[in-house]
Design a protein around this ligand. Structure first.
Ligand SMILES: NC(=O)c1ccc[n+]([C@@H]2O[C@H](COP(=O)([O-])OP(=O)(O)OC[C@H]3O[C@@H](n4cnc5c(N)ncnc54)[C@H](OP(=O)(O)O)[C@@H]3O)[C@@H](O)[C@H]2O)c1
Length: 208
């Protein structure tokens, strides 16, 4: 009885969600959590084989998840992703989780212009642009919610992480701006700033 009450209280049935970077790590867990509570979820990643494998596993678990191959650092690919999301969810999106992101750990003086552009495009520009494009869909849902996945590195100084930290600090500020700017459109904007979580990203950063 208690179990069924809890399930009812937290049901996301009828809600739609886009989670970027859902094939690994934090994004993978978010996809399963949202779908497990009844949301219909769309996710993306760059690796088609891994995406298909995840989609099959979720189908086997009776979770309703679709996916697109998309590199969120590309403006054209982001536009294609949002067109697909709009089409699948018939113009209404309840939840946007801007999760896809990456890191480079290097002394600032060794960072190249390409590395700067790559991190900015993947972590910051993608989240900004996807939020812009999702705005009409979130507004149409009447109860939209954006969540940025920032990092503790956007709040504190960590060694050799200046570009990564700058992208996350910018997401923290973007959260505050959109929370105010889009509140009247019934869109809530929040940000999560995790500490270290054991994922492929953390492993690659620690052991590279
Ligand atoms: N793990 C931590 O300790 C930690 C702490 C604080 C914040 N975070 C943040 O949490 C988020 C997720 O991190 P994670 O540790 O779960 O990373 P992860 O294990 O590397 O997983 C990242 C996911 O995003 C996808 N992805 C990466 N770049 C992409 C791109 N350009 N386009 C589309 N998909 C992309 C990856 O798939 P493909 O590579 O196949 O595209 C994968 O599904 C990131 O924003 C990260 O900065 C992580």
């Amino acid at each position: 009885m208690e179990q069924s009450n809890r399930a009812q209280r937290w049901s996301l049935s009828g809600m739609t969600a886009l989670v970027t970077g859902g094939t690994k790590g934090i994004g993978h867990a978010i996809v399963e959590e949202l779908a497990g509570f009844g949301a219909t979820v769309h996710t993306c990643s760059r690796n088609e084989v891994e995406l298909k494998k995840c989609l099959q596993e979720w189908a086997d678990m009776n979770l309703v998840v679709t996916g697109s191959v998309c590199d969120v650092s590309s403006r054209a690919e982001r536009e294609r992703l949002m067109e697909r999301v709009s089409s699948i969810f018939q113009g209404k999106l309840t939840i946007l989780i801007n999760n896809a992101g990456t890191g480079i750990v290097k002394p600032t003086l060794d960072c190249t212009a390409e590395e700067y552009s790559y991190l900015m495009a993947t972590n910051l520009e993608s989240s900004f642009h996807l939020s812009q494009m999702a705005h009409p869909l979130l507004k149409a849902s009447g109860r939209g919610s954006i969540v940025f996945i920032s990092s503790i590195a956007g709040l504190k100084s960590f060694k050799n992480m200046s570009i990564y930290s700058a992208t996350k600090g910018a997401l923290n500020q973007l959260t505050k701006n959109l929370a105010c700017e889009w509140a009247n459109d019934s869109i809530r904007t929040n940000c999560i700033a995790p500490g270290p979580i054991a994922t492929p990203l953390l492993n690659s950063v620690c052991y590279s």
